[in-house]
Design a protein around this ligand. Structure first.
Ligand SMILES: [Fe+2]
Length: 289
């Protein structure tokens, strides 16, 4: 998964990371079912002064805009996990705050996590987190996720109990889907909500999807461009909508509330799990934070 000239992979170029990545690459095969084997330490001393500066630059650039244009749930979450501008967050600090709120945890991973492994993590309220950061010269755009995308973009919403339940339920349902058709539909749902979702709050459109939250260019485009078709969220319609990854999204879906998303997901999960003879309520598997 090493891509030279992109992320600062050298800080995870050790035996632990190689072992964890090998496990991730085999996940789902006999003997490879434990998501915790994919987790690594966040080698904090591996961040350079330039890496820290990149974080601060990105934070300042985006947070100024987001204070006006991000969902209140995101902004409240960022405060609740004490997201700071002056340093790349130690995952242990974030997790100490998240645990009593929703039970979610961010777990460092060395690189690509295959779909089934990713779903297994979500089903445990564990978020596989890229810990490396983009280089200064790619500050405006990087196709791969980095810690700015994963922590700044995703994790604040994990502090919200409703979103927290949605995301775990998504993981539980996705883990049960064996056929490609349903897996693809769930990938679309993730894309149009967790990654690129919009929400209406007090009559105003706001961003909450991590791909928008962590992208200066696309967050502005999503809210203001006349070229974007902003449609009301409906789970089945979203699952029927295909997406492309290499340009700004021409179609986005707008939630009325996170309860709408959570309730639609719980209903979908109950159908998937009942159909397979699994427990009828995904909520049963929610651990006590
Ligand atoms: Fe993401």
């Amino acid at each position: 998964m090493k891509m030279s000239g992109s992320l600062n992979h050298e800080m995870i170029d050790d035996a632990q990371a190689k072992r964890a990545q090998a496990y991730a690459d085999h996940f789902g095969q006999p003997g490879y079912a434990d998501p915790t084997q994919m987790y690594i330490d966040q080698n904090y001393a591996g961040y350079s002064a330039e890496n820290q500066e990149t974080w601060t630059t990105l934070f300042d650039q985006q947070m100024t805009y987001l204070r006006e244009h991000a969902s209140k749930t995101y902004l409240d979450g960022a405060k609740a996990i004490n997201l700071r501008r002056d340093r790349i967050p130690p995952l242990s600090d974030i997790n100490a705050r998240l645990l009593p709120m929703t039970g979610w945890q961010s777990k460092a991973v060395p690189g690509y996590v295959p779909a089934k492994a990713f779903f297994a993590c979500l089903s445990r309220r564990e978020f596989p987190t890229t810990i490396v950061i983009r280089p200064k010269e790619s500050i405006d755009y990087l196709p791969e996720p980095d810690i700015f995308h994963d922590i700044f973009g995703h994790v604040p919403l994990h502090a919200d109990p409703v979103f927290a339940e949605f995301l775990q339920t998504y993981g539980l349902a996705a883990l049960e889907c064996e056929d490609d058709h349903h897996t693809e539909r769930l990938a679309r749902l993730f894309w149009f909500t967790v990654e690129f979702g919009l929400i209406r709050e007090d009559g105003e459109l706001k961003v909450y999807g991590s791909g928008l939250i962590s992208s200066p260019g696309e967050s502005r485009h999503a809210l203001t461009s006349p070229d974007v078709d902003r449609r009301p969220f409906h789970l089945e319609t979203v699952c029927d909508t295909s997406f492309e990854i290499d340009h700004y999204q021409p179609i986005l879906y707008v939630l009325e509330s996170f309860e709408q998303l959570r309730d639609a997901m719980v209903t979908y999960a109950e159908r998937v799990m009942t159909g397979k003879g699994k427990p009828s309520s995904a909520k049963r598997a929610v651990p006590t934070p």
